[in-house]
Design a protein around this ligand. Structure first.
Ligand code: LRH
Length: 467
């Protein structure tokens, strides 16, 4: 009988259940279920609907049963930084905020009253993002202190779903590092920092590495979905899973995990927490095997997704790319400007930026799309320069993985602006990385290198020459 592993990979705009199995040394994937996701307005706050998401998770499990393909192992990954607070009865306290909610505005300053930005970077190696859990928790402390008083535990979103499935609370390492509260040296919570911020120590559970057994399904879940399964921690941070699946056995590869965000970087064996690194806003996120993802968060396809939502008609991404490729507008925006994080209208925000910076203002949607694609290309080129300066390495190629690797036009733009060859695929890298860690747990591969070799052999990778 074939052995199945199941990755539940939930991104900011959609989620999917992907079954993986190994045959003749190759990894086969089968998409069993897909569902939409997105942050929603709840009484003026930007929130996730975790209850609805958990129903979707169970629905996908039922589809596995219906298809007669019952996974022996499963794991869930999602976006990073967001969490739930649970009370003593394990009930969710307050709203489940999404990272684009504006309540964190000014919370960086509150944190810096206690610890300087430089010291914080030196201790955690994490890039300042106003939505990091550290700033979100400062917002709770300032604005909803009663929740803090009641909170008994904090679980990141995938940890919470694992808990709902198994009844076991685990805090997975890769996601925990994005809180900006973990030490890259001890790989544990920085309790001194937590004390200084006056966050309660007890809510931060013991950290577990990816590849840890969580538990089997609870009785109630078993009854509902019709089978039992072992839940294994993947790298629960989606970017951690995606980077585990880059199709190369070489260390020091340069990658872009391309989706709602573009995460561009390389891997390091030790974090670089220097001031030079901080100034370039590079981050050291925890990865599988205690590797560090040394990367930059770039706003990514979120900008195009947002523009697309504003179009009068529902155009396909292919069509948008084709139209954008025919425009000649030279304007460039800074994709990492916070103004693009959650604007009312992305089209207006891009126009505004061009106007204020004295550049040609896009006059229609296609010009706006062209400005965004070109700006991403420019940002990738600048980021490579910064990473090369910091690591002293030269990178001749970029591995683009994730959903965005299917965007032909963006791949060509990337090759053009960076002057590097682009190796695009696999599109399902996040789910694949999730599966690989479960398979590593089950000793299907001896190490990550062998697992990556399998990705290289199993999927078509498209090459775009530098132009
Ligand atoms: C990508 C991602 C990214 C985080 C952001 C919150 O999905 O996990 O790595 O910075 O979402």
């Amino acid at each position: 009988m074939e052995k199945y592993y199941l990755a539940v990979d939930i991104g900011a705009s959609s989620g999917r259940h992907i079954l993986g199995s190994l045959k003749d040394g190759k990894l086969n994937l089968e998409e069993i279920y897909r569902f939409p996701n997105g942050m929603k307005d709840v009484d003026g706050s930007v929130c996730w609907d975790v209850e609805a998401l958990f129903c979707e998770i169970k629905e996908g499990l039922k589809r596995c049963k219906e298809a007669g393909k019952i996974p022996s192992y499963m794991g869930i990954d999602t976006w990073a930084v967001d969490y739930v607070l649970l009370d003593g009865k394990d009930q969710v306290l307050g709203k489940t905020y999404g990272y684009r909610d504006s309540r964190t505005t000014g919370m960086d300053e509150k944190v810096y009253e206690i610890i300087s930005r430089e010291e914080l970077y030196g201790r955690t190696g994490i890039q300042k993002q106003i939505f990091n859990t550290i700033y979100q928790l400062m917002a709770v402390k300032q604005k909803e202190p009663e929740l803090f008083d009641k909170a008994e535990s904090l679980l990141f979103i995938p940890d919470y779903f694992h808990f709902l499935l198994t009844g076991v609370k685990k805090t997975e390492y890769t996601n925990a590092t994005t809180s900006q509260l973990v030490s890259p040296r001890t790989k544990d919570w920085d309790y001194e920092l937590i004390d200084r911020l006056e966050y309660s120590r007890k809510i931060f559970g013991k950290i577990s590495k990816p590849g840890t057994y969580v538990g089997n399904f609870r009785e109630e879940i078993r009854r509902e979905v019709g089978f039992d399964c072992q839940v294994i921690l993947p790298a629960t941070h989606d970017t951690g899973s995606a980077v585990a699946a880059i199709p190369t056995t070489k260390d020091n590869a340069l990658y872009i995990s391309s989706g709602t965000w573009s995460l561009m970087g390389t891997e390091l064996m030790a974090a670089d927490c220097t001031l030079e690194s901080m100034k370039r806003n590079l981050t050291n996120e925890g990865g599988y095997d205690y590797r560090f993802r040394y990367l930059k968060n770039i706003m990514g396809l979120w900008m195009i997704q947002s523009v697309r939502r504003e179009f009068k008609e529902e155009y396909s991404y292919d069509y948008i790319c084709r139209q954008a490729s025919e425009q000649t507008i030279p304007s460039i925006v800074d994709c990492n400007d916070n103004c693009f994080l959650a604007p009312k209208s992305m089209i207006e925000e891009v126009k505004d930026y061009c106007q204020k910076s004295g550049q040609q203002v896009p006059e229609n949607e296609w010009e706006t799309a062209a400005v965004i694609y070109n700006s991403l290309g420019r940002c990738y080129a600048e980021t490579i320069g910064q990473i090369e300066q910091m690591t002293g390495q030269k990178y001749d190629r970029i591995y683009v993985v994730g959903g965005g690797s299917n965007a032909e036009y963006l791949n060509r733009i990337t090759a053009k602006y960076t002057g590097r060859a682009v190796y695009a695929g696999p599109g399902e890298a996040t789910a694949i990385g999730n599966l690989l860690v479960q398979m590593l747990y089950n000793q299907e591969f001896v190490n990550l290198k062998m697992a990556r070799a399998c990705v290289k052999d199993s999927f078509e990778i498209r090459k775009y020459e530098k132009t």
